[in-house]
Write a protein that binds this ligand. Structure first.
Ligand code: CP
Ligand code: NVA
Length: 336
């Protein structure tokens, strides 16, 4: 039975626990084929459109290389290259792209746009990040957790930082579906949207996951198996630097926080890009204005034995490959 074929990945909530687990395991399988040099051209002759309203290193590179490894042809359509959002509606764009491409990736601001592309294109659409969700990232992240810890069920994942962004939303809901105990550690003013918490609680009832939203760092990070953080200022909210630095400094991952977990086998994840030193142009700017050289994670921790962020980044490619192959390929996938 083909339960994936023809489907879009717009938000994690649309997939069951077994389906998400399948995608994690299929990613591991495709990673193994890649490492062993075994071809896997499941999407031979397909055309893939890559729409980006926001910048990207990992997601763009992963969709591009994954498409090529699968035998498909990717085409990058940046926000200044096409008419979408300026001269042409989502509906008209979707109808045109759907008549030429077999699958569409979209990264941008609005969840409504990615939903509109799926509604009107007639082909699978993959959400490469919106203001609300980052679902392709979730398959890579939970693959990385499973590779490192050998399991997902019952793992304690603590996300520290901006509790209201796409990463917090996605981790909370996906973890809840998968039976991972997710704690969001963030100041009260950045507590995750109640609608999202309610949705996650609904899934947690099914899976047995324990969810916590708290501003108490010491209490919340204690016993973490995975510490996760993300930028304090997401794409599109660059005017919030001063406010976020003020609010989130106590939530920085530093060696003191690592000790507070009490877990020597801890692993640390970050979806990247990370602000861990002032080496970048952006970093220099923040250093001049605010006198700091790291935001969400210190350079010491970033480079420590706990960090798994580069394995995680590589896993974006394997997992995006799995997502595209499952939803677009002519594969036999037992009903999961
Ligand atoms: N993690 C992630 O989505 O990275 P990019 O923004 O570089 O794609
Ligand atoms: N919250 C970040 C994630 C980047 C992958 C952003 O939206 O910019």
């Amino acid at each position: 039975e083909q339960v994936f074929q023809g489907r879009s990945l717009l938000a994690e909530k649309d997939f069951t626990r077994a389906e998400l687990e399948y995608l994690v395991d299929f990613s591991a399988h495709l990673k193994d084929l890649k490492k062993r040099g075994i071809p896997h051209h499941y999407l031979e002759g397909k055309n893939i459109a890559l729409l980006f309203e926001k910048t990207s290193t990992r997601t763009r590179s992963a969709f591009t290389t994954a498409s090529i490894d699968l035998g498909a042809h990717p085409e990058y359509l940046g926000k200044n290259d096409i008419q979408l959002g300026k001269k042409e509606s989502v509906e008209d764009t979707a109808k045109v792209l759907g008549s030429m491409f077999d699958g569409i990736e979209f990264r941008g601001f609005s969840q409504k746009v990615v939903e509109g592309l799926a509604e009107f294109s007639g082909v699978p659409v993959w959400n490469g990040l919106t203001d609300e969700w980052h679902p392709t990232q979730m398959i890579a992240d939970f693959l990385t957790v499973k590779e490192n810890l050998g399991r997902l069920e019952g793992v304690n994942l603590v996300y520290v930082g901006d509790g209201r962004n796409n990463m917090a939303n996605s981790l909370l809901v996906t973890g809840a579906i998968l039976g991972v105990n997710v704690r969001i550690c963030t100041p009260k003013s950045l507590f995750t949207d109640q609608k999202i918490v309610d949705m996650a609680e609904g899934f947690a009832k099914e899976s047995g996951a324990k969810l916590v939203i708290s501003d108490d760092v010491a209490e919340t990070v204690k016993g973490a198996d995975v510490l996760y953080t993300d930028v304090w200022v997401s794409m599109g909210e660059e005017d919030k630097f001063a406010e976020r630095i003020e609010l989130l400094t106590p939530y920085q991952i530093n060696m003191d926080m690592v000790k507070k977990t009490g877990n020597e086998d801890l692993i640390i994840l970050h979806c990247l890009p990370a602000f861990h030193d002032a080496e970048t142009e952006y970093g220099q700017d923040v250093k001049e204005k605010f006198g700091i050289t790291a935001m969400e994670i210190t350079d010491e921790v970033f480079r420590s034995k706990y960090g798994r962020q580069f394995e995680q980044a590589e896993n974006r490619m394997h997992s995006i490959k799995a997502i595209m192959a499952a939803t677009l390929g002519n594969l036999f996938i037992p009903r999961v």
